[in-house]
Design a protein around this ligand. Structure first.
Ligand code: FES
Ligand code: FES
Length: 251
């Protein structure tokens, strides 16, 4: 047991002496501990300062190149969207999505969700549980909401399929999208496209006047971030404004 209380390291100042019994350190030693050498050899043959300066230069070069990378990735995505993948042995079907006809060849058991995401590259529709329990995959079929993970794409030929990409665009947001932005109706955003698709459909469904009524009709859409209060606030605003008309707009 030490005969004196040990000093608290948080209270220690440069120049203070430290007594840890027999391993006591002199003022000079403490000073060395606290004062970092200007050029500590590290990272092999590079000094710390040289290493950091080179790292900074690399980061600056990467930052300068990132707009070009982003442009290239956007172009690649557009090309992929215009060139649907066909599957050997698949069946040819025609889907009308967001007002545009797509002829694709898919395995007959392909879900609508997988067809939208993997074949048509419309990745705004999200896959959460893939079991009909989270609502992240919600799309509209002829104006009615549906979990796209629970239905086959081949069952929806000749129908009007609407995804989040067909609801609104940057600069021309759907009122529900604008309200979600205004009320912070999302955090990570993973559930958001499904929430918005459900909310847009809800505006034309029989729904009571209270928030509890809205919560009931939105209960199929799970938000792991817990943004429910803001989601309900966004929907409430759109309903009160009577935007889009619908059967429950007179709140
Ligand atoms: S992914 Fe369809 S309900 Fe969860
Ligand atoms: S915003 Fe993250 S899951 Fe809903």
């Amino acid at each position: 047991m030490p005969d004196r209380a040990l000093p608290c390291e948080n209270d220690m100042q440069i120049g203070d002496s430290v007594n840890y019994g027999e391993n006591s350190m002199s003022r000079e030693k403490v000073s060395k501990v606290k004062t970092e050498p200007e050029e500590t050899p590290a990272f092999g043959h590079l000094s710390r300062r040289t290493f950091l300066s080179r790292l900074g230069a690399t980061g600056a070069a990467a930052a300068a190149a990132s707009p070009l990378l982003g442009l290239a990735q956007t172009q690649l995505k557009q090309e992929q969207a215009e060139t649907p993948v066909t599957v050997a042995g698949g069946v040819p079907i025609t889907l009308r999505v967001n007002g545009k006809e797509h002829q694709v060849q898919i395995e007959p058991r392909t879900t609508l969700l997988d067809c939208l995401r993997e074949t048509l590259h419309l990745t705004g529709t999200k896959k959460g549980c893939d079991h009909g329990q989270c609502g992240a995959c919600t799309v509209h079929i002829n104006g009615r909401r549906i979990n796209s993970c629970l239905t086959f794409a081949a069952m929806h030929q000749g129908e009007e399929i609407t995804t989040i990409e067909g609801i609104g665009q940057p600069g021309n947001l759907h009122p529900v999208q604008a309200a979600f932005v205004k009320h912070d109706g999302y955090q990570c955003g993973y559930c958001t496209s499904g929430q918005i698709m459900s909310a847009v459909a809800l505006l034309k469904e029989p729904c009571g006047p209270t928030d509890a009524d809205v919560q009931e009709l939105m209960s199929g859409n799970i938000c792991r971030c817990g943004a429910y209060r803001n989601i309900i606030a966004a929907i409430r605003e759109v309903r009160k404004a009577g935007k889009l008309g619908g059967t429950n707009a007179s709140i």
